[in-house]
Design a protein around this ligand. Structure first.
Ligand SMILES: [Zn+2]
Length: 57
């Protein structure tokens, strides 16, 4: 039997560079077949407005 472990790893937000705990309600955006995690809907819309700005460095 396998143990199920929950990891409360902090994930960096792709947009504001803040870190947040990722869970099932985490906002995500898909861009060019890659999935990026963002901390909130505001960051998600910012990402969608200008994805190239956030996927590079
Ligand atoms: Zn953010």
């Amino acid at each position: 039997m396998q143990k199920i472990t929950f990891s409360w790893k902090k994930t960096p937000c792709q947009v504001c560079k803040g870190s947040f705990v990722q869970n099932e309600t985490t906002e995500k955006v898909t861009y060019k077949d890659r999935v990026y995690s963002v901390c909130c809907v505001t960051c998600r819309s910012r990402f969608q407005e200008n994805p190239e700005k956030y996927v590079k460095g």
